[in-house]
Design a protein around this ligand. Structure first.
Ligand SMILES: [Zn+2]
Length: 219
């Protein structure tokens, strides 16, 4: 799952208009943002294995610290706590916590059963939507489109940056997604980790966009 996580983060803007899109995306994608750090430090492992499912050429050999259910709950709680202590925004706190957990839930729909219940657990979750390209594209596109529509209606551009930086960001994400679906599999796991780490740029980009848009509901 990729675009779906971003879609949920976009849609959360209506429910929590005071929270920047940057923070909403960081929450929705948090497990995948810390995953490459665990990969690069050798604490988690991924293997390039074309055909692992129809959609992804990756075999998620081990990722208990970023992607077990227990860890996801812990990260959600931690993320929400940090957000609460820095903003005292109760609504935002609820939604950022929910978004962190939503990443695991959406992954559990998409992945084959490789998401552990807790580190070292043999109980694995994963409904395997990735075995169908059509179903995956449909769900990702629906969630993403929904998010874009909701974010666009919940905010308005303060200046041209708010319009064009937003549009470029959305097109860039779609391009990245199509590239990953249609392009050749990555050469090795190190490459996967470095590219995944690059997703932090999307978070910064979203903070920039959000600063140039306003939520009229608030004013
Ligand atoms: Zn994930």
């Amino acid at each position: 799952m990729f675009l779906g996580h971003f879609g949920l983060g976009l849609a959360a803007k209506r429910a929590s208009p005071r929270t920047s899109l940057g923070t909403l995306w960081m929450a929705a994608q948090f497990l995948d943002l810390i995953w490459p750090i665990f990969l690069l430090t050798g604490l988690e492992r991924v293997r390039v294995d074309p055909g692992n499912t129809v959609v992804t050429p990756l075999d998620f050999v081990s990722y208990p610290l970023s992607h077990s259910l227990l860890a996801a709950l812990g990260w959600a709680f931690l993320f929400a706590a940090v957000y609460w202590f820095s903003t005292r925004n109760g609504t935002g706190t609820f939604f950022v916590g929910f978004l962190v957990l939503s990443h695991w839930l959406l992954d559990a729909v998409a992945h084959r059963p490789d998401l552990p219940l807790y580190p070292a657990s043999n109980r694995m979750f994963g409904m395997g939507l990735w075995n169908s390209l059509a179903a995956t594209l449909l769900l990702e596109a629906m969630l993403f489109l929904w998010g874009v529509i909701v974010y666009r209606s919940a905010t308005r551009a303060r200046d041209p940056v708010g319009t064009y930086a937003f549009r470029t960001l959305i097109f860039f994400l779609i391009l990245v997604y199509l590239g990953s679906m249609l392009g050749p599999p990555p050469p090795d796991s190190h490459y996967v980790a470095v590219v995944a780490l690059g997703q932090w740029v999307l978070v910064l980009w979203a903070y920039w966009v959000d600063r140039h848009r306003e939520a009229p509901l608030l004013t």
